[in-house]
Design a binder for this molecule. Sequence first.
Ligand code: NAG
Ligand code: NAG
Ligand code: NAG
Length: 260
Amino acid sequence: MARALLYPCLLFLASTATASLHLQCLENPPDLTAGGNEVGQVVDNLAGFTAYVAGSIHSNRAIVLASDIFGFEAPLLRQIADKVGGAGYYIVVPDFFNGQPYTGDPSINITQWIDDHSPVKAAQDAKPIFATLKKKQKSIIGVGGYCWGGKFAVEIAKMNEVEAIVISHPSSVVVDDMREVKCPIEILGAQNDTTTPQKFIYQFVHALRKRSDKIPYYGKIFPGVAHGFACRYNSTDPSAVKTAEEAFALMLDWFGKYLK
Ligand SMILES: *[C@@H]1O[C@H](CO)[C@@H](O)[C@H](O)[C@H]1NC(C)=O
Ligand SMILES: *[C@@H]1O[C@H](CO)[C@@H](O)[C@H](O)[C@H]1NC(C)=O
Ligand SMILES: *[C@@H]1O[C@H](CO)[C@@H](O)[C@H](O)[C@H]1NC(C)=O
């Protein structure tokens, strides 16, 4: 039915090549010079991945944050990670792009970049991360994904690897995904998101509601904000900060409820 209307960001980009640079996935690249206050550390070899880790090393509950296409070095993402860590979790932000995030550099061929960094393939490749966390007694795991990471999180949720996921302004997520997710899912969308418009969020929730094998779900659309609002917000704009903090609080509530 409505599937023909779906233009997931990454697929859409792939089919329209480099002309689509106005898409919201590519907007507001993070200011990498704004970091420096992180409390965590970068480790070289978490199951073969470089990763930012923080939080409670002795907790049996871990959260993996999956970044947007701008990668794991974004200062605002690390702030989010530190706050999750401060809430009692062990937090891991892997570099899924092998040191080559999208940087906004116009010489990068975005079509090629996306071919090389499929979130579906990344989810398969990430299995050792979850195995390693479990070996380290992190038996209860959640994934929080932003944009690209939203699709990653959904793919992980199809595999029985984790107990709950939260996806914020996802890209590439389609209605069919909602029929295959195996754990509680929270979906945080934006009213002005052109990548995953509100209409899609309604369709996702509708598909979850119609499932015969019920899983807990929650969907919310934040008014007056666009794609990226939860992790690439303007940190000097009080209203943008407030909305991002609300999204963060909902994510933490969801994990608090389902990672027990
Ligand atoms: C970008 O990469 C795609 C996929 O490899 C290729 O088909 C296309 O020709 C490239 N575009 C440019 C402008 O190099
Ligand atoms: C959201 O969309 C409304 C209506 O199109 C517009 O007035 C507003 O400026 C947009 N806000 C943002 C943050 O994009
Ligand atoms: C960020 O917000 C501040 C305060 O509202 C504003 O002055 C500034 O122009 C905004 N920056 C961007 C890049 O939108």
